[in-house]
Design a protein around this ligand. Structure first.
Ligand code: TSX
Ligand code: MN
Length: 600
């Protein structure tokens, strides 16, 4: 047993789980490099990890999962609140007692033949008043290694917790006990019985059956978004699915920008942007989660509660995200990428040419006729501290003051390149109608419009109508002059020939530059139904070959398409019933009124 803590709530819970799950051993994780290396060696011996070529990718590993366990499973993710209405229409709900009963049966003996690891972790810097402590009990050493990269882990966290009871218990089992005499498999899991359950009222997380990403690394989506969003509602702050970037202008002005984007919009690429316009600098504070609260100065301050990046590998290249490639040169765990003949990694989009002699994410010789070499949801897990573009203040306990909030989506038509909300309420409306056209057949038919309000659809731990109300209430108690301004952006608008109108990537800095010009009061704007868009002359197009007509089209709003958009928004809003704040219904009315007004 451990000498690492005398915390009775923790010790009692570990003992209770040991009795229920029946592991052979209990190991406490101290966060040391020695323990990390020991576990990595063990996983290499077990065939779960492969050590990559140290001459090419020092201290890095490759894992490939069971093909049935490759992504978060939203259909098996539950909010277990006493009232179904507290989970709301966008979440799966189960009664907490029923779920506990069901999962207690699943967990019974589920760790037989395995080791139970105790992983104390801090989301946010250890000791910051804004950090949250969790303890993950898991039978997956792969999860232990990943958690050690994604959060502060170990003795320092236990020391900070002391004898307090305010940690979030996070129970995780892959759900594949090893019977006596039986061989383990490289990626144990139980896909038929997978459940990821959240108990926001008692602040607990129970996960069973999956070893992959957000299902298993419980500090990230489960704690820092679903549980934290419910805590934030109760305590008056915001837990958001947002990147945080530091933007420095040629004049030396520094602005911090937060941004929420649905999946497949390039959020990590934006967080790590290399501007295509001279003199501008982007540094990363975070690429996925922002915890925001008002400071003494009345401004909204944001903290990145994570310590690493768990990013999608396919599509990451020298052109799309050079800083990511620089970050991935050492100390990385890759999962479900392809493996090269000389023990390095590869994925679709990394290079134009497919290298010879690839092994696919399934561990088979690559044959283009049998699908991609890397799984489309293949991931890298890497410490943020080794990113060359990391902002020096990224772990400051008080965070960084946010000047602007971006909401984005993948929209081929209607939504302008950038528009500035008229007010906080209008900005909340723009966040509530965020939508993206689907890109993969797996998400339904390609090109379908999917609403993903605030990019929080899979991550809000309570009723999303109440979440909208919480955003409105947050603005209502603020000093309006100190609130961040809110912008809607769309890098994905297409022309009539079906090609992208905007070059995107590093050129998105031109949009960021316009936003800074707005914040600094240097430029005017043009009114549209979605807010204020740039006067075309105010967008810096130096060195950009774009037709004036394309720029015009990018910033325009087609009123005919707006009619059907209003109908679509009305349908979207109707799903929230009487939990929809009246201010948002009013915003939709105002959008409709614009249709009746000027006809040009
Ligand atoms: O990440 C993207 N961003 C944000 C970058 C900071 N992507 C990739 C999306 C999938 C994750 C983009 N794709 C962006 C973008 O701004 N824009 C586009 C669309 C696009 C794709 C290719 C080209 C232009 C636009 N041009 C050529 O391929 C030459
Ligand atoms: Mn995310």
């Amino acid at each position: 047993m451990s000498q690492m803590t005398s915390n009775t709530r923790l010790l009692d819970w570990v003992e209770e789980v040991r009795e229920l799950c029946g592991p052979d051993d209990v190991v406490w994780c101290d966060g040391s490099q020695e323990q990390f290396d020991l576990l990595a060696d063990k996983l290499v011996a077990a065939g779960t990890l492969k050590k990559l070529n140290p001459a090419k990718r020092p201290n890095s590993y490759w894992a490939h999962s069971d093909p049935r366990d490759v992504a978060r499973v939203e259909s098996r993710t539950y909010i277990c609140s006493r009232l179904e209405s507290d989970a709301g229409p966008t979440n799966n709900w189960r009664n907490p007692e029923e779920m506990r009963k069901h999962m207690t049966e699943l967990y019974s003996g589920s760790m037989a033949g395995r080791t139970l690891y105790v992983v104390p972790f801090s989301m946010g810097p250890v000791g910051s008043p804004f950090s949250m402590i969790g303890v993950e009990l898991t039978d997956s050493p792969y999860v232990v290694l990943s958690m050690s990269i994604m959060a502060a882990v170990g003795q320092a966290v236990l020391d900070e917790l002391g004898d307090r009871g305010d940690f979030v218990p996070c129970l995780h089992s892959v759900g594949q006990p090893i019977k006596p005499g039986e061989q383990d498999v490289p990626w144990p899991c139980d896909p038929d019985e997978t459940v990821i359950a959240h108990f926001p009222e008692s602040r607990e997380i129970w996960s069973y059956g999956s070893g992959y990403g957000g299902n298993a690394l419980l500090g990230k989506k489960c704690l820092a978004l679903r549980i934290a969003s419910a805590v934030a509602r109760d305590e008056g702050w915001l837990a958001e699915h947002m990147l945080i970037l530091k933007l420095t202008s040629p004049r030396g002005e520094v602005h911090y920008v937060a941004g929420a984007f649905p999946s497949a919009c390039g959020k990590t690429n934006l967080a790590m942007l290399v501007p295509a316009v001279g003199g501008w600098k982007v540094e990363t504070v975070g690429d996925d989660i922002a915890w925001m609260r008002f400071g003494e100065d009345g401004r909204l301050w944001a903290v990145n509660p994570e310590a690493g990046f768990f990013g999608v590998a396919p599509g990451t290249s020298q052109r799309t995200n050079p800083n990511a490639l620089k970050t991935l040169t050492k100390n990385v765990i890759f999962t479900n990428t392809a493996l090269t003949h000389d023990d390095d990694v590869w994925w679709e989009g990394l290079t134009d040419e497919v290298p010879e002699g690839l092994t696919t994410w399934k561990g088979e010789a690559y044959d283009p006729a049998s699908g991609p070499a890397a799984h489309p949801n293949a991931r890298f897990t890497v410490s943020a501290a080794q990113a060359p573009q990391i902002a020096q203040e990224w772990q400051r306990p008080e965070g960084v003051p946010i000047s602007a909030i971006l909401f984005g989506g993948r929209r081929a038509s209607l939504i302008p390149l950038v528009s500035e909300a008229h007010s906080w309420e209008h900005g909340v409306f723009l966040g509530s109608i965020v939508a993206s056209e689907t890109t993969a057949a797996a998400e339904g038919s390609v090109g379908n419009l999917r609403r993903d309000p605030f990019a929080m659809l899979p991550f809000c731990g309570y009723n999303m109508g109440d979440y909208f109300a919480h955003w409105l209430a947050t603005g209502a108690r603020a000093d309006v002059s100190k609130l961040p301004r809110i912008y809607l952006v769309n890098w994905f608008r297409k022309g009539s020939d079906g090609s992208f109108l905007w070059p995107g990537f590093g050129d998105n800095a031109r949009v960021l530059a316009w936003i800074v010009d707005r914040l600094e009061g240097r430029v005017g704007a043009v009114e549209t139904p979605f807010g204020r868009t740039p006067k075309l002359a105010d967008l810096n197009t130096d060195g950009l070959s774009i037709e004036p007509s394309a720029l015009e089209e990018l910033c325009s709003v087609d009123r005919r398409l707006l009619v059907s958009e209003c109908e679509s928004i009305e349908e979207h809003f109707s799903t929230f019933g009487d939990h929809l704040p009246k201010e948002l219904a009013h915003q939709l009315d105002q959008l409709r009124e614009q249709l009746l007004e000027v006809v040009d």
